[in-house]
Design a protein around this ligand. Structure first.
Ligand code: URQ
Ligand code: ZN
Ligand code: ZN
Length: 481
């Protein structure tokens, strides 16, 4: 029995072009891409009428995350299974050490949890505290474990929040190592103070959540992280950019040539803050995530950010808490575990609201759901491409398949769907993970533990080109002799 598969007759879409052609897979790898390929004995997968695209990459998930006194309900097996049902074939999740927890110990713990994954995964590692062991472990992680990105939560005071001292220490170390810094940009001190004020003013329900984290709080932190990165000469990636205030900071920096990347969540593009005014407590509590859903004008700005290239990637921040977990904050919104799901629906939501609305071309869709993430996190063309030699992570996309997103039909392990009732057109017909069909005809064929850890090498080549500060404190380009 040949281990070859050939995908025939589909419209192949990459960031560069669309054309009708074939993809030949041998084992776990793409062997060839072209027109009228011949592969005697290969299993034929008919893709006529469909698009053939690189499998989605979600750069921001939190499977089975211990957080705010509970553990996210989605684990690495159910979460990666739900992901492939929606056309996403790789995730980048987060190791989040508790303060004073040895970074390497936390990393090894998360690697153990992820062994059950059904599709490929990688890890950003959060720096939540600082001492010489953190300095040392960052080097070990880059050199021995394929970690090239370090996360910093500027929010969550009293838990995992980084102050400026930790940011400066960690950003400086990342620069030395040739690693990328990523941030959750909200001013945690302001959030803490506003939460107190909002609660004491009598807002105890989910409606208090957005009141305590206005866009200004995100804009300040985004700008601060960008400026710190600029002075230290380290590239920066802002996760879940949710508002105009943060997008403006990103745009200014990018227009000045600073190496700043930014991500937007699918849900922040299509859901607004009216969800917090739902009189059903649980329904409103399910939308408690940070940064919160924003008023309508922010959605159109975020779409423009995606279209203009100021925002390069889309993600989900998939961090699920069931209704009984959200109820931990029944009397006090500050205690509602923060997080929403969506790993299964990201690509359909972006296709329906992005491509079918004319905001994005299919090639731009591929860029923002897969290839840009692969390039930024240095796993392209192994991931995020249809090039010969790449992993055979492929989604056969039916642009005409219509479905209604619902907790009753999704594969996510959570009793709520943030897109409940949303009708979307465009869905994964077949998903292939390293050459194996893991989703077909509406059925999952995932295997527990079949997912592999993806190592992501650092990129020192970036960092020599970074601006260095001269003696007057102004940034000047590096002079090449
Ligand atoms: O902040 C995050 O990204 C994690 C803790 C998920 N929760 C959330 O509200 N975004
Ligand atoms: Zn976050
Ligand atoms: Zn997150």
């Amino acid at each position: 029995m040949s281990d070859q598969k050939i995908i025939k007759g589909g419209t192949i879409v990459t960031t560069e072009r669309e054309f009708v052609g074939d993809v030949l897979i041998s084992g776990e790898t793409i062997q060839a891409v072209g027109v009228d390929l011949d592969a005697p004995g290969a299993e034929v997968i008919d893709a006529s009428g469909a698009y053939v695209m690189p499998g989605g990459i979600d750069p921001h998930t939190h499977m089975e995350l211990p957080f705010m006194g509970t553990v996210a309900s989605e684990d690495f097996f159910t979460g990666t299974s739900a992901a492939v049902a929606g056309g996403t074939t790789s995730i980048i999740d987060f190791v989040i050490p508790a303060p004073q927890e040895r970074i390497l110990d936390a990393y090894n713990k998360w690697r153990g949890w992820a062994e059950k994954a059904a599709a490929d995964y990688s890890f950003h590692v959060a720096i939540t505290w600082w001492d010489d062991s953190v300095h040392a472990d960052m080097k070990t992680l880059t050199e021995e474990h394929g970690v090239n990105s370090f996360k910093h939560f500027m929010a969550y005071k009293g838990a995992i929040m980084c102050d400026d001292e930790v940011l400066v220490n960690s950003f400086s170390r990342a620069k030395e190592l040739g690693a990328l810094c990523t941030v959750h940009a909200e001013n945690g001190e302001l959030v803490y103070r506003l939460q107190e004020q909002v609660y004491n003013a009598g807002f105890h329900g989910p409606e208090g959540h957005p009141l305590s984290r206005p866009p200004e709080v995100e804009g300040e932190a985004a700008n601060r992280a960008i400026r710190i990165a600029e002075v230290l000469g380290v590239p920066l990636y802002l996760v879940h950019t949710s508002c105009i205030d943060a997008l403006e900071a990103v745009t200014r920096a990018r227009l000045e040539g600073q190496r700043v990347f930014a991500e937007v969540l699918a849900q922040h593009l299509v859901i607004d803050d009216s969800v917090y005014r739902n009189t059903d407590w649980a329904a409103a509590a399910h939308y408690v995530m940070s940064p919160p859903f924003r008023s309508k004008e922010h959605q159109s700005a975020l779409w423009q950010g995606l279209q203009s290239g100021m925002l390069q990637t889309t993600a989900t921040d998939h961090c699920c808490f069931c209704t009984d977990q959200k109820a931990m904050g029944r009397e006090d919104f500050r205690k509602i575990p923060n997080g929403t799901g969506g790993v299964e629906d990201r690509m359909s939501v972006l296709w329906h609201h992005g491509v079918r609305s004319g905001k994005l071309t299919p090639s731009e869709f591929v860029a923002v759901t897969s290839t840009n993430t692969a390039r930024i996190f240095n796993i392209h063309p192994k991931k995020g491409s249809l090039a010969p030699g790449a992993d055979a992570d492929i989604v056969i996309w039916d642009p005409n398949k219509t479905r209604t997103l619902s907790k009753d039909t999704h594969h996510q392990n959570v009793d709520f769907n943030i897109y409940e009732g949303m009708e979307v057109t465009g869905a994964a017909a077949i998903t292939i993970s390293r050459g194996s069909v893991v989703w077909k005809d509406g059925q999952l064929h995932t295997v527990r533990g079949a997912g592999k850890h993806i190592e992501r090498p650092c990129f020192p080549q970036y960092w020599d080109s970074q601006l260095k500060r001269n003696e007057f404190g102004k940034s000047t380009p590096v002079k090449r002799d």
